[in-house]
Design a protein around this ligand. Structure first.
Ligand code: ZN
Length: 255
């Protein structure tokens, strides 16, 4: 994998947005493999509404979003309505999130976010465009990347360092159990618990560390009177999926 985009090939693009799209897609086409299986990514024809790439082996779809700005909290995306609709359909693609250096057209960061991390909770509705705008009344959305657990942002390039393929594939498989969780409420609880564990920020933690989030979770689930019980249930689930290890006396460990 090379981190430099082939700027020489984009001379005919006048609009910067078009140039970014062309360069980042061409770069991904020749440098990125499917983070789920290591297969080759094939580019769809331009303006295909489904996605930008498809894996030639596992047939997973990928959408590529590129920016020179920050990618840690919020990423602007398209129309809110179609995004919400897409989340509930089979055709929702996985996301490749690319951050490039606009000074020299090189890739700084690239992460893959599996599609099963996309829940309505992380899609934020933007205010409608003003009456004077060209697309007056249009409602866009933001992807709240900051609300996705760390395990859902699989690093392929991290601060210009290319992660080994094996590491990427292992990270992808680690939480692929989420794919089987069909209920959005059940998935919401699991993702919230994973985020609590991220916030604790320790490899080994106690039940009491998790209970610290009881009040903030109550704000999200005001009708639930059994937050601690729910949290224990999620920890049990995550342990059964190999995401956590239980080492006794209310102590858990991330493998
Ligand atoms: Zn694949």
């Amino acid at each position: 994998m090379y981190l430099c985009m082939d700027i020489g090939s984009a001379g005919h693009y006048k609009s910067n947005a078009q140039r970014v799209r062309f360069l980042s897609e061409s770069w991904a086409d020749s440098n990125v493999h499917c983070p789920g299986c290591g297969g080759e990514l094939k580019k769809y024809a331009n303006n295909t509404p489904v996605a930008d790439f498809c894996c030639s082996i596992c047939s997973e779809d990928f959408e590529l979003k590129s920016t020179s700005g920050k990618i840690d909290k919020t990423i602007p995306d398209g129309a809110y309505g179609s995004m919400i609709e897409r989340l509930s359909s089979q055709s929702n693609p996985n996301l490749l999130l690319l951050q490039y250096d606009a000074e020299n057209w090189s890739v700084k960061n690239l992460s893959a976010i599996p599609k099963y991390y996309f829940t309505p909770d992380i899609i934020q509705k933007r205010p409608p465009l003003s009456a004077t705008a060209r697309r007056a009344g249009w409602v866009g959305c933001n992807i709240l990347v900051g609300k996705i657990p760390i395990a859902g942002k699989i690093k392929i390039v991290s601060n210009r360092i290319i992660e080994p393929t094996e590491k990427v594939l292992t990270a992808w498989k680690k939480t692929s159990f989420l794919k089987e969780v069909k209920s959005s409420v059940a998935k919401g609880w699991i993702l919230q618990t994973m985020q609590c564990i991220d916030h604790i920020g320790k490899r080994e933690f106690e039940l009491n560390d998790i209970y610290q989030f009881e009040n903030s979770l109550r704000a999200i689930y005001p009708k639930n009177n059994h937050i601690k019980e729910k949290l224990r249930q999620q920890l049990q689930f995550l342990r059964n999926q190999g995401y956590l290890r239980f080492i006794g006396r209310g102590v858990y460990e991330l493998p």
